[in-house]
Every structure is written in structure tokens, then in C-alpha cells.
Ligand binder design. Structure first.
Ligand code: MG
Length: 470
């Protein structure tokens, strides 16, 4: 308490930042890391000591969901607090995408900037690569990173030659490196971490929002020489150990800067593991299927939140929550105004504070995949699967080469994911009342947000930005 009074007084003396009462916010969002790829969640063949320590010093969420099992849609939800269908983003946007996140949407960076925060982002953006929709137009004052996935690259061994243009590394709205090569891919994790640490040091006297989005462990996997060959698992484990090191560097920089007690650090992954890549993919832990499906393995992700003195050390939250909740939760903690447009996320404050009897703020969470197909929803312990085709694995790849997908067909199915996290026992016929309640929730969702599977247009969908390339 004395320390925070001192900091307020210091802020008053320095001027400008005194009105800001909230914490600094650091958000780390990895790419295709599975639920099982944390030491504390059973990672095998590699160690994540810094993430494990973060869990020991903060709250670990066991039932934390992304809004879609794929990069761009997942990131749209994280930054806007909206289901991706509401803001018109689906799938994974490619180079020279004709759409991007609409600048009229309000991102978490804009929410905090309006509150006087400095904002910086280092890592993968993937919400449109046209200059009009890049991070610097969406609330981030500083940016370094890849505009989309690191496999959208001429050297991708799984793509036909000529599929992708040169992969650029962007700095602000400009190009830092027009042709990222393999040697440079190997520097990305450390490069993002170094920029994150420099950002923290530069902004120790003003409140800040730092968003770090490692390009790894998305394939093709690359790692610094310092971590190469270090883990028993192999390259995937090496990559995870470098990401863990990067998290440790960020936490150490906060401590050295005297900001540890006044910073909320959040960590999650954008979707489940890309299991078709075999030994170059992570683990979904106990869950069924992986990235690109709305089975738990695609959508339930590792999540840690740490704020010493505010979030109880070593706590575990088993309530349902998701990335759509990050924006409203942070806005409430920081005293910032919510976006004017409707959002879907809710404030997780009561859960973070460990208030007695605090419950998930959601009656249900929706899961859309494909071009806005409502494929699943969860309510309480229940998971409703709606009839749809999903991808399975016929043959798993190895050492960076992909395997072969098959197609599965889901019917109207019901699972109790608390008792049966692996979604093995369809209890639809035993639980008709639960089934009817969840089907009614799906109907209401379709009415509001639409569903490609049923042809429902939805009343409240907002378009992505359409952009024109010269
Ligand atoms: Mg991803």
C-alpha cells in the first residue's frame, strides 16, 4: 500500500500519468501451443519453469477457451472482446488479404490508450496485412512483428512453390525486413522478447499495455542456437523452452523496473496444437482432436494470470472463461470505458479476486469455425456439438512435414466435459432436458449472430474492413 501511494505521488510529481489508477497490462499470446504444453499441465520432454512459476504466483484457469480454433478469428476475439462472427473475421487471413479487422472496432489497445496508457505490440498480428488495418491503426503506438503466420512463406515445405510472397517483418507501418529467411525466423522469439523488455524499461514511469504474440510454436518451427537440441522432446520442446525463457525475461524486467506489484500479466494460446504435424506439434492434454476443430482440443487452451497481491498465488479457477473476457476484465481493472459497440465478453474480476461463490459470468460460450459455422457451445458442465463436418487426422506428419486429414461427421451430441473432458460419451439421449436447453441457446445465438450451417443470417453482425491493394 505504501509503495502504491508512493507511486501515485511520484506520478503526480511527474505529471500526466497521475490520473491512471489501473495496473500495467502485459498480454502474452502464443501460437498453436496446446493445453498440455505447460509443465504444470503435464508437458513431457521439455520444461517450462517460468510459466510454472507464473502459475504458482498467480491463477491458472482450467476451463479457458478461445472463441475459434484458428489464428485470425481467435485474435479478433482477444483484441475486441467479441465473437469473431460479430466482427466479421473468420479463418486465417493470408498475405494481401482483402479484409482485415475493421478500424471502427475498438481494440483493447484503443481502450487503454484512451485511458492514458502507452501501447506496444511485438509479434504476430494476423488481423489483416493492409496498411489501413495494421496494429499502428488499431491502437498500438509501437509495433514489430510478422503480419501473419510464419508458414505463409516461400520456403514452406508443405506449400506449392509460388504459393506465398516473401514474408516481411514489419516495424510500425513500415517494413523492417522485406524477406525473412530461415536464419531470421530462428531469431524471432528472442527478438520479440528483447523488444518487450526494452518497452517495459522505457515505460517504467507511465502505465502501459504490452502485447507479445510469439510467432512460435506455429510451424515451421525455428529456435535460437542457445536452445537448439536442449530438450528431450526435440525441436518443439526447444521452441517451447525458448518461449518460456522469453516469459521469464519479461517477468524479470517487470521486477527490475519495480513494476511487478502493479502489473497484470496474462498468458494464453490462440488455439490448440496443430497435431497433424506430429512431433512438431504440441499436446492437447486430455482433450479430443486439436486446432481447426471445436472439440475441446481445438478451443481449450492454457491460461495464466498473475498480479501479485491482487490475484491469490497458486490459485486455480475452474469456472468457464475465455479470451473474449480479456478486454472487459482489463477495462474494469484499469477504469477504462468499454467500447461503444456491443461486445460479448464479461468481467472476470470477481473470479480473479477469488470472491466467495464467484461463478463464470457466462450462461454459454459459443464456438464458430469455418466460415461462421456455429459448431459447438458450452453451458455449465455441458458441451453441445451441432451437426457439422470436422477434420480428423488420417496420417500424422513428422519433422515439419504435414500428414493427411480426413473428415469426421458430428451429429447433435451432448457431453459432460467436467466428468468427461475427452468428449467420449455422448449423453444426448440420456439428458433430454439439458439438450433442449442448450439447443435453445444455440437458436438464440443464431438469431443474433447467424450460422452458415443453418443459413441463419444473424441480426447483429458487423463487417470486417474491406481493403484495396494497388
Ligand atoms: Mg494459431
Amino acid at each position: 500500500m505504501r509503495r502504491s501511494l508512493f507511486l501515485v505521488a511520484l506520478g503526480l510529481w511527474l505529471g500526466g500519468s497521475a490520473a491512471v489508477a489501473g495496473p500495467n497490462v502485459v498480454l502474452i499470446y502464443t501460437d498453436d501451443q496446446g493445453y498440455g504444453d505447460l509443465g504444470v499441465q503435464g508437458a513431457k520432454g521439455f520444461a517450462t519453469p517460468h510459466l510454472d512459476q507464473m502459475a504458482a504466483e498467480g491463477m491458472r484457469f482450467t476451463d479457458f477457451y478461445v472463441a475459434a480454433p484458428v489464428c485470425s478469428a481467435s485474435r479478433a476475439a482477444l483484441l475486441t472482446g467479441c465473437y469473431p462472427v460479430r466482427v466479421g473475421i473468420h479463418g486465417a487471413l493470408g498475405p494481401k488479404s482483402s479484409v482485415g479487422l475493421h478500424p471502427d472496432e475498438t481494440t483493447l489497445a484503443e481502450v487503454l490508450r484512451a485511458r492514458g496508457y502507452a501501447t506496444g505490440m511485438f509479434g504476430k498480428w494476423h488481423l489483416g496485412d493492409h496498411p489501413d488495418v495494421l496494429p499502428t491503426r488499431q491502437g498500438f503506438e509501437e509495433y514489430l512483428g510478422l503480419p501473419y503466420s510464419n508458414d505463409m512463406w516461400p520456403e514452406n515445405p508443405n506449400a506449392k512453390p509460388g504459393s506465398y510472397p516473401a514474408l516481411p517483418l514489419l516495424e510500425g507501418a513500415g517494413v523492417a525486413d522485406a524477406e525473412v529467411n530461415a536464419a531470421e525466423q530462428a531469431t524471432l522469439t528472442t527478438r520479440y522478447a528483447e523488444r518487450a523488455v526494452a518497452f517495459i524499461r522505457q515505460h517504467r514511469e507511465v502505465p502501459f499495455f504490452l502485447y507479445v504474440a510469439p510467432s512460435m510454436p506455429h510451424v515451421p518451427l525455428f529456435v535460437s542456437d542457445r536452445f537448439k537440441g536442449k530438450s528431450a522432446q526435440g525441436l518443439y520442446g526447444d521452441v517451447m523452452e525458448e518461449i518460456d525463457w522469453a516469459v521469464g525475461e519479461i517477468l524479470a524486467a517487470l521486477k527490475e523496473s519495480g513494476l511487478d506489484q502493479n502489473t497484470l500479466v496474462m498468458f494464453a494460446s490462440d488455439n490448440g496444437p496443430w497435431s497433424i504435424y506430429g512431433n512438431h506439434a504440441g499436446s492437447a492434454g486430455p482433450f479430443r482432436e486439436s486446432k481447426g476443430t471445436c472439440w475441446e482440443g481445438g478451443i481449450r487452451v492454457p491460461c495464466l494470470m498473475r498480479w501479485p497481491g491482487k490475484i491469490a498465488a497458486g490459485s486455480v479457477c475452474r469456472e468457464m472463461a475465455g479470451t473474449i473476457d480479456v478486454l472487459p476484465t482489463v477495462a474494469a481493472l484499469c477504469g477504462a470505458a468499454l467500447p461503444e459497440r456491443k461486445i460479448d465478453g464479461k468481467d472476470l474480476g470477481p473470479l480473479l479476486r477469488g470472491e466467495a461463490g464467484a461463478k463464470s459470468p457466462h450462461e454459454s460460450l459459443l464456438f464458430y469455425y469455418g466460415v461462421h459455422e456455429l459448431q459447438a457451445l458450452r453451458s455449465g458442465p455441458w458441451k453441445l456439438i451441432l451437426p457439422h463436418a470436422y477434420r480428423t487426422m488420417e496420417r500424422v506428419g513428422r519433422d515439419g512435414l504435414t500428414g493427411r486429414h480426413g473428415v469426421g461427421q458430428a451429429g447433435l451430441e451432448l457431453y459432460d466435459v467436467e466428468r468427461d473432458p475427452g468428449e467420449t460419451k455422448n449423453v444426448a439421449s440420456q439428458e433430454p432436458a439439458v439438450l433442449a436447453r442448450l439447443v435453445a441457446l444455440a437458436e438464440a445465438a443464431r438469431e443474433e449472430l447467424g450460422d452458415k450451417l443453418t443459413g441463419a443470417p444473424g441480426r447483429e453482425r458487423r463487417p470486417a474492413a474491406a481493403v484495396k491493394w494497388p
